[in-house]
Design a protein around this ligand. Sequence first.
Ligand SMILES: C[S@@+](CC[C@H](N)C(=O)[O-])C[C@H]1O[C@@H](n2cnc3c(N)ncnc32)[C@H](O)[C@@H]1O
Length: 269
Amino acid sequence: MNNPDNLDVQKQLEQEITEDPPRVLEKRGKTKGGMINKHAKLQNLAQQEDKDLELTSIWNFGTREKGFGSHVFHGNCIPQVVRQCVLRYSKEGDVILDSMSGSGTTLDICKELERKCLAFDINPVRPDIRKADSSCLPLSNNRVSLIFIHLPYWNMVRYSEEKEDLSNMSLDRFYAKLHAIFAEQKRVLKPGSHICVLIGDKIKEGKSIPLTFETYNIMKNYFTYKDYAVKITKNATSVVNKGRVVLAELAWNNLLKPSHDVLLVFQKD
Ligand SMILES: C[S@@+](CC[C@H](N)C(=O)[O-])C[C@H]1O[C@@H](n2cnc3c(N)ncnc32)[C@H](O)[C@@H]1O
């Protein structure tokens, strides 16, 4: 893989496990017998590289790949993020759920990667997305092998007039609704499987609202924390257009301009 960050990780790992294999492996609580471990780990790393998986926690994909979901859907997510999650946490033929499908980016990535996608949204915009509230899904228990959800950043984009639309409620109700939604995702997710949630923060009236941290705090009531990645965001068109006006407002409040989203990964026990 060409990503220089991935090459750094490989070099570091190779160095660690060749320098003094038994001591390093023991320190990490792994079995002794460095050679077997070394080859298994390097083989696994090579498999990840073959699949073009990101190996570090900073994801900077640049422009949005075309042909997945819609780039004109306000609040769409970049397909490269979904692809990383699907490749890393599922295998061909698995059933994957996106219960807030928006323009259908997850559906299209699943087609490419030969997974079956169950797609829902409270306000479906495509015939292959079914209408449902994410907190009440028409699915049996333990049905799916991976969940990918790109949450509304509270009311940053107003998606619909639906009462149960997360973008259409007070902040307190938004957090309460997230509890109901994650309880439901837990019900339909197979034990041992992963849930990936993409979320970013929001600035409102000169204050930063930490939606990311709050989502983490809510999710840990239902799942076991596994990992996270920081996804660098390109400037949203609205921010580019307003340019220095936005920066001046942030400077006035001594705030940084949010320039990343966070992908939270949890697992069902
Ligand atoms: C950030 S967008 C998802 C974008 C999508 N990943 C894409 O690439 O197009 C969030 C979606 O959540 C949906 N939504 C909001 N509240 C919901 C709820 N309670 N149940 C299901 N979907 C909901 C909105 O209609 C919107 O389509």
